[in-house]
Design a protein around this ligand. Structure first.
Ligand code: FAD
Length: 317
């Protein structure tokens, strides 16, 4: 079976969840081959995890040029790899970096691009949800191979252990790809809570939480359940919680096992970021709030009464 290239998203020596999702998808399309790009020594700590999710091969492009510049050198290396290998498909994460690399790669290869897909089938037909999840589009490239960015949390990663053969890539990047250099990289310290887009439990607060101080209630419930904290845009715009925790069309997309919406009305732009959550629980004092149309379990009540009671029950168990 032809190879399906999966461009690995990684950080701090760890493989990001979206990569595991892409490897799971790649197994349905052909033989998954992971592509790790970064500075010298970047691939070694990632190999076990990539093998665990079925990467039969790991192409390792390791060079200071791939670490010290913005994404153009990575697109150049990938373009060479695609031209030489003729893979069945190329998958990148629909993340800030993945999208930028994919766009450059499509131009270099004169290839169509399927952006932000939630599924891709063996015939190269992609599924995309647009207009805040209200419309589903099926699309296909009309030139070249299926080159797609995959929306994080669109599918569940399933392990399928394989022994990955490591193939070092020759990295020859010319000066035209080195026009913007990284001058500083500041990694936010990792909090005690899981990363929002990777958490299996997300507790989100909305305008109904009232103020920044009250968000402690949301955090407390998240900590009891080992979850991450999210926020609606109204809560973020009101200064209750930082923007990096915003869930929705203009925020993060999450798809946890459990999503709890506290004092959130359920506007379409909020739903766009959480509607694929497996179980949705809503607490809202307005029985007519649209979030109840989506919720698996709804509590009509004041969150300042309901949340402390729920927390007390959880502590007893
Ligand atoms: P509200 O709609 O004001 O709802 C607050 C809810 O809290 C109400 O239902 C109320 O009944 C309930 N409540 C109040 N007090 C209590 C209490 N004590 N106990 C229980 N319930 C209580 N929104 C997002 O969230 N994410 C996005 O990414 C996003 N992107 C957008 C992009 C665009 C282009 C636009 C136009 C809008 C976007 N929005 C986004 C905004 C969105 O339209 C809504 O305005 C927003 O989601 C509302 O947030 P909310 O539900 O917290 O506030």
């Amino acid at each position: 079976m032809a190879e399906v290239l999966v461009v690995v998203e990684h950080s701090g020596g760890e493989v990001k969840k979206v990569t595991l999702e892409m490897l799971t998808l790649a197994r349905e399309l052909g033989t998954p081959a992971a592509v790790v790009l970064g500075g010298p020594g970047v691939a070694a700590p990632l190999l076990d995890r990539l093998g665990e999710y079925g990467a039969a091969k790991v192409y390792a492009g390791e060079s200071a040029d791939l670490d010290g510049y913005l994404v153009a050198p990575k697109a150049a290396v990938l373009a060479d790899l695609v031209r030489q290998g003729q893979p069945a498909a190329v998958l990148l994460g629909s993340t800030q970096e993945g999208k930028e690399i994919a766009g450059r790669l499509a131009v270099k290869l004169d290839n169509g691009l399927l952006a932000d897909v939630s599924a891709l089938d063996g015939q190269g037909v992609a599924t995309q949800t647009v207009f805040a999840g209200s419309t589903i589009v099926k699309s296909q490239v009309t030139r070249g191979l299926p080159l797609a960015t995959v929306r994080p949390n669109s599918l569940s990663p399933v392990p399928a252990p394989a022994t990955a053969e490591v193939v070092p890539l020759e990295v020859a990047v010319d000066d035209t790809a080195k026009l913007a250099r990284v001058v500083e990289r500041k990694v936010e310290p990792k909090g005690a809570r899981p990363e929002l887009t990777e958490a299996s439990v997300v507790i989100s607060g909305g305008r109904g939480v009232g103020n920044a101080d009250n968000f402690k209630l949301v955090e407390e419930l998240a900590d009891l359940l080992g979850g991450a904290v999210g926020a609606s845009r109204a809560a973020v715009d009101s200064g209750f919680y930082p923007h990096q925790f915003q869930v929705g069309q203009t925020g993060k997309t999450v798809s946890p096992q459990l999503y709890v919406a506290l004092g959130i009305s359920g506007a379409i732009q909020h739903r766009a970021g959480m509607q694929t959550s497996k179980t949705i629980v809503a607490v809202n004092k307005d029985a007519e709030a649209p979030i109840f149309e989506l919720a698996d379990f709804g509590v009509v009540g004041d969150l300042f009464k309901v949340v402390p009671q729920a927390a007390e029950e959880i502590r007893k168990r």
